[in-house]
Design a protein around this ligand. Structure first.
Ligand SMILES: Cc1cc2nc3c(=O)[nH]c(=O)nc-3n(C[C@H](O)[C@H](O)[C@H](O)COP(=O)(O)O)c2cc1C
Length: 146
């Protein structure tokens, strides 16, 4: 069974987005070989639109160059890597994407594929509340001193 067939077996029903690419790191690679239905839901791109293209099509002005370079470096080692960066859905809407990438190597250690598990990170209610709390204690005081 091929790697794509094996990943498809477990990824079709997963809630997490899954991407399998080849091992070509220099642009236009890595080239997408497979995305699962959760990836289609998250990005708005269909499997037919993604296969044969680079995941870079999800990147844009808000995507951290440093995060991209760190990911590229890890793939060259190759070693697993985890990052969160800004991506863009097909409709243009930005979202924060948590990505875990796992290199797949041959017997000689050469990168032949990579598998990524991805999930949109939504800012939970905890963070803005904490920020408001900080503002409340350090920000300007009300005129009556309350
Ligand atoms: C399996 C796999 C999945 C990837 N998924 C994404 C993704 O969803 N979003 C993204 O911005 N980059 C993703 N990338 C990273 C880009 O394809 C590329 O490797 C990265 O931008 C670093 O290369 P660069 O510096 O040449 O752009 C993925 C890479 C791999 C190998």
């Amino acid at each position: 069974m091929s790697l794509v067939a094996a990943v498809r077996l477990m990824a079709e029903t997963l809630d997490h987005a899954v991407v399998v690419t080849d091992g070509a790191l220099d642009a236009p690679g890595p080239i997408v070989l497979y995305v699962n239905p959760a990836f289609e839901r998250m990005t708005g791109y269909t499997s037919q639109e993604m296969v044969g293209r680079s995941p870079r099509i999800l990147q844009g002005a808000g995507t951290s160059l440093a995060a991209r370079k760190a990911l590229a470096r890890s793939l060259r080692v190759p070693q697993p890597h985890e990052t969160t960066l800004v991506n863009y859905r097909k409709c243009g809407e930005a979202y924060r994407c948590h990505i875990q990438v796992y290199p797949v190597t041959d017997e000689s250690g050469r990168l032949i594929n990579a598998i990524a598990i991805e999930q949109e990170v939504k800012r939970g209610p905890g963070r803005p509340r904490a920020a408001r709390h900080l503002l409340g204690s350090q920000g300007p005081r009300a005129p009556d001193g309350a």
